[in-house]
Design a protein around this ligand. Structure first.
Ligand code: SAM
Length: 350
């Protein structure tokens, strides 16, 4: 019966709500390996054995939000807050550019210190210096007008994980005033403006069930984003979820395969969190259908302070070494890094 559902997923690219639940609840080794091999084949049919790289610049760990899972939440008094300057950020880009990266991702806490003017100035500066590079923002929820300004300034993509598509579950993960409704509204607005958009969720976050995950798959099918970011939840000792169990490698890989089958062309990263819970988690992610890796370009001291969860990997890597190591690791599984921008196929700036 579970194989029938797996075949239906492969044939039709989606399932009904209860069928997702059944597939998740009854997955076994056979179905895992079947979906993994189909997903890998779909990825290589669309993207070959090329893995796109995104240089992650974690420009601030200051945040006005208080998400219960996150290590840089407002209420965590146990971290030193930092902000990168425009010069720091450009320095990160330069290091990234030198090693062949052609996409930069500006990510940070939701830090009101950075006004829209400042964000636009950063976008302009990066785009002026590196016109052949794509720029992705991952800077949280804003008003439409702000998003419009960022797009006009030259930003190309926006990552905003929806975190969970189930309202009650969303409330368990985020205190007010955050709301699922606003999160989803932001994603709609970002798409309308013309960004390549990325949604996604944590696997194994406290309160997640197969039912909420079925809602995630359904929501993603409706949204049809260009990028999907998923990774295991990993506890952080200075958060209310310090004693909660981490998400598993196995379920994350299973979800990656489902998503690749549902979205043959989506840009799907093997995330840092996946590489944190397993030494070769990112390689396993690629073999399960992922096609993007996001090495950190943040300066050493910033990396040590941008700890969303325990044991985060890459904190000690140097960017240049990181690329070489990455290439070696990927060669072992028959893949290589690509030095192109890696846009969603068919996307053009409005
Ligand atoms: N503030 C921006 C936002 O909300 O989109 C960007 C930064 S936020 C730290 C980036 C992502 O980190 C979140 O979407 C969340 O899924 C992930 N994250 C935060 N805490 C985590 C944890 N403890 N384990 C795994 N992922 C986590």
């Amino acid at each position: 019966e579970v194989m029938r559902l797996a075949n239906k997923l492969v044939d039709e690219g989606l399932l009904a709500h209860d069928e997702y639940i059944e597939l998740l609840a009854n997955r076994d080794d056979e179905v895992r390996e079947y979906l993994r091999s189909v997903a890998q084949e779909i990825a290589t049919t669309n993207y070959g054995h090329d893995i796109f790289l995104r240089g992650l610049i974690e420009y601030s760990n200051t945040c006005k939000n208080d998400c219960y899972y996150c290590g840089i939440r407002k209420s965590n008094d146990n971290i030193e807050r930092y902000r990168l300057t425009l010069e720091d950020i450009l320095q990160c880009c330069e290091i990234g550019y030198q090693i062949g990266l052609r996409t930069f991702v500006l990510q940070g806490g939701e830090d009101p210190y950075f006004t829209d003017d400042m964000i636009c100035e950063i976008i302009f500066a990066i785009k002026e210096e590196y016109p052949d590079c794509a720029l992705t923002l991952s800077i949280g929820e804003k008003e439409r007008e702000s998003y419009e300004r960022f797009y006009e300034a030259g930003a190309d993509r926006f990552l905003l994980r929806h975190e969970t598509a189930d309202g009650e579950h969303y409330r368990r993960l985020h205190p007010e005033p955050l709301s699922l409704e606003n999160r989803m509204r932001c994603l709609e607005v970002l798409r309308e403006i013309g960004f390549q958009i990325g949604a996604g969720f944590m696997v194994g976050s406290p309160g997640q069930t197969y039912d909420t995950m079925a809602s995630d798959f359904e929501y993603l099918k409706k949204l049809n984003p260009h990028m999907i970011g998923i990774g295991p939840f990993i506890h952080h000792k200075d958060t209310p979820f310090r004693d909660e169990p981490d998400g598993t490698l196995e379920l994350t890989l299973f979800c990656l395969s489902i998503l690749r089958i549902m979205f043959p062309k989506v840009l799907l990263p093997a995330t840092t969190a996946l590489g944190t819970i397993d030494k070769i988690g990112r390689e396993k992610g690629i073999l399960a259908g992922a096609n993007v890796i996001m090495p950190s370009l943040s300066p050493d001291n910033a990396r040590r302070q941008y700890l969303l969860y325990e044991g985060k990997v890459g904190v000690k890597d140097k960017a240049a070494e990181g690329r070489k190591i990455l290439d070696e690791k990927l060669a072992e599984i028959g893949y290589k890094t690509s030095t192109t921008r890696g846009d969603y196929k068919g996307w053009n700036r409005k």
